[in-house]
Design a protein around this ligand. Structure first.
Ligand code: BTN
Length: 269
């Protein structure tokens, strides 16, 4: 990874929004590092990148395996001068941004699993973990994104779900092609994020709703949604205009705002 190359591919809006990029050879977790800097009083927008993480964090307390040069490990830190309640759908906006960035580089056929997984043929390519630091009059969101680029065999075996990487997708799309440069992938992600964050602050989730539903791999499927306190079975009707998942169950239709989707027993993962 090369900070100057990344900056070279950033558009003017991104350069203005995320001018500072910090790159570490190895770190415990780019999200943890960003939160540490916030606790120490740093304010504003910046990016933390690492070529490997010794304690990469996943959703729901899971570990995110982060071997050296096998993936992109990035945290974008962004200051918002709005109440955190207005930021509910940001994880979906991040997933859409990554999908758009990869499409620009010729990586297509990616689907989304609510609220923020990026899949290729139902195998996980990338994960997103948002962490929040709230102050009296503002908040910072840490947008942590992990993208599998070329996972070593040993790592794939350690992960308890079907995973894929950019190398495998490119090989499948065109065996003679090479994989896009990671600096380009990072820059395109930051470019999409910068534009989409502006749009979200201006118009909310409404302009993203249809885009999400077109890419949602569980739309109209029977699913189970689990969170720390409950487990609900129903049919996914896609997301509403606030990014909540509309679930049709025996008790009626409701909008769900947190949790993890699993396919119901009627459908194979
Ligand atoms: C998930 O469980 O799907 C979310 C994975 C998020 C991993 C990324 S890698 C960069 C950033 N730093 C972390 O420790 N986690 C996120």
């Amino acid at each position: 990874m090369d900070i100057q190359l990344i900056q070279h591919h950033l558009n003017p809006l991104s350069r203005k929004m995320f001018g500072e990029i910090q790159l570490h050879e190895e770190i415990d977790s780019t999200n943890a590092d960003a939160l540490r800097q916030l606790r120490e009083g740093k304010v504003g927008n910046w990016i933390v990148l690492a070529t490997s993480q010794s304690a990469g964090r996943g959703r729901r307390g899971r570990q995110w395996l982060s071997p050296k040069n096998a993936g992109i490990y990035i945290s974008l830190v962004r200051l918002f001068e709005v109440n955190a309640d207005a930021l509910q759908a940001l994880s979906l906006v991040t997933a859409l941004s990554l999908r758009q960035a990869l499409a620009k580089l010729g990586i297509n056929d990616l689907s989304l699993k609510w609220p923020n997984d990026i899949l290729h043929h139902k195998k996980k390519l990338a994960g997103i973990l948002l962490e929040l630091q709230q102050s009296a009059d503002h908040c910072h969101v840490v947008f942590g994104v992990g993208i599998n680029i070329a996972l070593p065999e040993g790592a794939i075996e350690k992960i308890d779900r079907a995973v894929t990487d950019i190398a495998a997708i490119c090989k499948e799309q065109d065996p003679t092609s090479s994989i896009p440069d990671s600096n380009r992938i990072i820059a395109e992600l930051v470019n999409e994020m910068s534009a989409n964050l502006e749009k979200y602050l201006d118009q909310g989730f409404v302009p993203f709703q249809a885009l999400w539903n077109q890419a949602d791999c569980y739309l109209d499927c029977d699913i189970v949604i689990e969170n720390s306190s409950s487990r609900t079975i129903g049919k996914s009707l896609g997301v509403d205009e606030s990014g909540g998942l509309i679930l049709q169950s025996a008790n009626g239709t409701k909008s769900v705002h947190g949790g993890e989707i699993f396919p119901s027993v009627h459908e194979l993962p």
